[in-house]
Design a binder for this molecule. Structure first.
Ligand code: BJW
Ligand code: ZN
Length: 241
C-alpha cells in the first residue's frame, strides 16, 4: 500500500472507532524547537541529556543539573505548540480518547489538550527532595538556584529520572493501552521503559498499533503500520476530509 492509501485507510478507521490512545515522545515537540534527548539535540555543554536526567547526577552536582533544567525551561518558554500538538488537542475533545505523553514540556496543554497522562512528570513543577511536596512554578528564570522547599530542603525538578518509579499515572496508562482500539505511537525512540511497553500491551489486547516517526525504532518491526515522516506533517493528514 502506498502512503496516500495508508493514510486514507487510517482516516476511515479513526472516524469509525471510539477508543484511541496516543503516546507521544520528544519528536512531537521537535518542530516547536524543543531539543530531543537522543541525537544532536541531546548534548548540553558536551554532556548527554540522558546522563543528566538521573538521581545520581543530581546528588553529585545539583547546581549543574539545575542549570540544565533552567536552560531547558527558558528554551521551552519560548516555544509554541505545533500542528501535531493541535491535532492531538482536537482529538482530546472526544470521549474515549487518551493522551499519554513522555514529554515534560507542557506543550500539549498549551495546544488545548484536555488532559494528559504525564509519564515522566512536568518540567514546570518542582518537588522537594526531602518531604516530597510537589508544586507548580512557571517562572523562568527561577529567582534563586537551586530552589528550596518551605521545609528548608533543596527542591528538584518535578520529573521522573532513570531508576525512579512512574507513580499512579502508570496504572492509568496501562489501562488506556489495554482499552484502545487504535494506539498511535508518535515521535518516540521507544527505548525507554516502561513507556515503550505500552505498544506491545495494546497490541496483545487487540489494538491496531501505528507508529509515526521519521526513523526506525525497536518497535517498528512489531507494530501494524510504520508511517515514516514528521508528526507535524502526518498527523494533520489523518484528520483531513
Ligand atoms: C520525530 C520528529 C518529528 C524527531 N516527528 N518524530 C534495561 C532494560 C529495560 C529497562 C531498563 C534497563 N535498564 C534500566 C531500565 C529502566 C529505564 C530504561 O528504560 N532504560 C533504558 C534507556 C535502557 N527506565 C527507568 O528507569 C524508568 N523507571 C523505571 O523503570 O522504574 C522502575 C522502578 C519501579 C519501582 C521502583 C523504582 C524503579 C524511568 C524512565 C524515566 C525517563 N526519564 C526521561 C527524563 C525525563 C525528565 C526530563 O525531561 O528531564 O524521560 S529520559 C528521556 O527519555 C525522557 C523522555 O521522556 C524519554 C523518552 O525519550 P523520547 O521521548 O522517546 O525522545 P528521544 O529523543 O529518545 O526520541 C525522539 C524521537 O523522535 C526519535 O525517534 C526521532 O526519530 C523522533 N523524531 N523529530 C516525529 N518531527
Ligand atoms: Zn520539603
Amino acid at each position: 500500500m502506498n502512503v496516500a492509501a495508508e493514510l486514507d485507510e487510517i482516516r476511515r478507521r479513526l472516524n469509525a472507532i471510539r477508543r484511541i490512545t496516543v503516546i507521544t515522545g520528544a519528536g512531537v515537540s521537535a518542530a516547536s524547537g524543543v531539543p530531543t534527548f537522543r541525537g544532536p539535540g541531546g548534548l548540553w555543554r558536551n554532556r548527554q541529556a540522558t546522563q543528566l536526567a538521573t538521581p545520581e547526577a543530581f546528588l553529585q552536582d545539583p547546581a549543574l543539573v539545575w542549570e540544565w533544567y533552567e536552560w531547558r525551561r527558558s528554551v521551552i518558554a519560548k516555544c509554541e505548540p505545533n500542528a501535531a500538538h493541535r491535532v492531538i488537542a482536537n482529538w482530546s475533545q472526544a470521549p474515549g480518547f487518551t493522551l499519554v505523553t513522555q514529554n515534560v514540556d507542557g506543550l500539549h496543554e498549551r495546544a488545548g489538550s484536555r488532559r494528559s497522562l504525564k509519564l515522566h512528570g512536568d518540567i514546570w513543577r518542582l518537588q522537594c527532595s526531602e518531604c516530597g511536596r510537589n508544586w507548580p512554578d512557571r517562572r523562568s528564570p527561577l529567582p534563586k538556584l537551586p530552589p528550596h522547599c518551605g521545609c528548608g530542603a533543596i527542591a528538584r525538578p518535578g520529573v521522573v529520572w532513570f531508576g525512579e518509579p512512574l507513580g499512579e499515572v502508570w496504572a492509568e496508562a496501562q489501562h488506556a493501552a489495554r482499552e484502545a482500539q487504535v494506539l498511535l505511537l508518535v515521535g518516540t525512540s521507544a527505548i525507554v521503559y516502561p513507556a515503550a511497553s505500552l505498544a506491545p500491551i495494546a497490541k496483545s489486547a487487540g489494538a491496531r498499533v501505528i507508529e509515526i516517526n521519521p526513523d526506525e525504532t525497536p518497535l517498528s518491526a512489531h507494530v501494524d503500520l510504520s508511517l515514516r515522516g514528521l508528526a507535524g506533517e502526518l498527523l494533520p493528514q489523518l484528520i483531513a476530509p
